[in-house]
Ligand binder design. Sequence first.
Ligand code: HEM
Length: 498
Amino acid sequence: VIKYRKWQHEQSAMPPLVPGRLFFGNYFDLKKEPIHLSLTRLGEHYGHAFTIKVFGRAMIVLNSRQSISQMLNAKTIELAGRPTCLLIQLATSNASDLVFSKPDLKWLQMRTAFHKFFSDMKKLHHRKDITEIVFVDEWTNIFLKLEAHSKQNQVYQLKELVYHSQSKIMSVILFGDEVADDPLLMQQIRQLDSMSKDVIATLYTALMNMSPLANLFDSSALSALCRALGLQKQLLDQILLKAEGQARNSIPSSQSDDICLRSLVDLMLSLLNLDRPMFSRVQVRNVLTELIFAGIDGIVDTVNSFILYMCVHRDVQARIYAELSERVQQDLVLLADKKFLHLTNASVHETLRLVSQIPLGIFRKTVVRSHVPDRFMHNGMFGVQEWQCLYAFGAGKRACPGKTVAMNLIFLYVSNLVKNFEFELVDEMDEDPRTFILNSQIEPRSYRVRSVCRASPSNTSLVQISPKKSDIKTLCTDRSSFVKSIREHELNSTDDES
Ligand code: HEM
C-alpha cells in the first residue's frame, strides 16, 4: 500500500502525460519526424511541460525558456541525466566518462578537477588566463600563414588553418608542450578527433531519429567505433606514459608529496596514482578523449561561422574593424580588451544564437535567420536581455564546463583575425543556418576566402609583448590537500566556478 501511495504521489507530481500505446508508449509519436520536430509538435498541444513514455521509461519534456531555466537552474541533479543508447555505452565503457555518465559523485569530482585546473592556473599566472598565454604563442603561426596567403592573393579555407591551430592549443592545455610539439602525436590526436566526430555524428542521427537499435545493425558505425577505440587506447596510453615520465622527472624526491601541474593530464595522473585512486585509467582516457573533441570542434566551428557572417555582411566586418582600431592600439587583441569591444562581443553572441552547435541536452532552433549583432546592443553597449538568453552551452548542473575557455578562445580568434585581416568570400554561400550541415554539430558547408593583411609589418614582434607559452609556470601543490579539495565537493554544491 505504501509503495502504491508513493507511486501515486510521484505520478501526480509529474507534468501531464501524453497518451500513448501499451508497452511502446509514445515511441511512434516521436518517430514521425526527427525528434526535435516531433517534440515541437507535441509541445504545441501540451504546453510548456509534459511527460512522455518510451518503452515504459518516463521522460519530462520542457518546452519553454521559462520552464527550462526554472528546472535546470533551480532543480539540478534530478534533471542532469543524459539520453543513452548502445553506441554510447560501448564508446564510453558503460558510461565511464564525463559527458554521458550519470550525475553522481564521480562525475562531479571530474568536473571539479577540470574547474580546479583552470582556476589554480589562473591564480598562478596572476589572473592571466592560461588560454590567452597559449593562444598568443600560437597566434604568430596563424598570422604568418595568413599574411603569406594574403600577400600572394591566394584563395584558401580558413577553417583548416583555425583547426590546425586550435588542435595545437587544446593539446598544450590538455597534454602539455611535449605532446603538442610532437608532430606524430599531433597527427594522431587530429585523427582521433575526426574519428570521434564521425562516431558522434552517427550517434546523433540515431538519437534524433529515435532509432536506438540502428547502430546494432549498422556495421559501418560499429567498425568506425572500434577503430576509434583502438586508436584512443593506443594514443592515450602513449600520452599518459609520456606525462608519467615527465611528472616523475619534475618531482624532487625530498618533496614526494608535491604534485606538479602544467597541463590537465598531470592533474588526472595525480588523481590516478593514489593509494585509493579517485578515477580509473579507462575513465581518464575517456574524459581526455572527450575533451579533445569538445575543446577543438565547437571553437573551430564558431570561429568559422563568425568569419562566414563577416564575409556575408561586409558592413558588420567594417564596423567591428573600426571598433577594434579605436579601442585597441596594438595589433594583438588580448582578453583585457574584451570588456570594451561591445560590437565584437555582440557578434560572437549572435553567431552562437544562429549556429546551434551541439544537439546535446537542450534542442534549439531559431526562427530569425540572419546575422544582426545589433539585437544584442543597447545604447552602444553589449547586453543580453532576460528574454534573449541563449542556451548554446546548456544550463544548470550539466551545462558545458568549458564555456569560459571556449568564449575566451573564440574572442581571441575572431578579434585578432578581424583586426589584422580583411576577409572576402570567394564561393557563393547562404547565411541561413538551414543550409548548414549537421555533423557532430551544425556547421557551414566548406567555403573559401581571400584576405588582405591590415596589420603593421612589425606584427610578429608585437606578439612578443605578451607572455609566451614557454613562460607557463608549473603549479606545485601539496597532494593531500589538493585531493581533499576535490573529494570535498558535494553533489548539491553550485557549479558556477567558470
Ligand atoms: C563553442 C564551443 C562550445 C559549445 C557551443 C559547447 C556546448 C556544450 C553543450 C550544449 C553541452 C551540453 C550541455 C547540456 O547538456 O546542458 C556541453 C557539454 C560539455 N562541454 Fe561544451 N561546448 C563548447 C566548448 C567546450 C570546450 C572548450 C570544452 C572543454 C575544454 C567543453 C567541454 C564540455 C564537456 C566536458 C561537456 C559535458 C559536461 C557534462 O556532461 O557534465 N566544451 N558543451
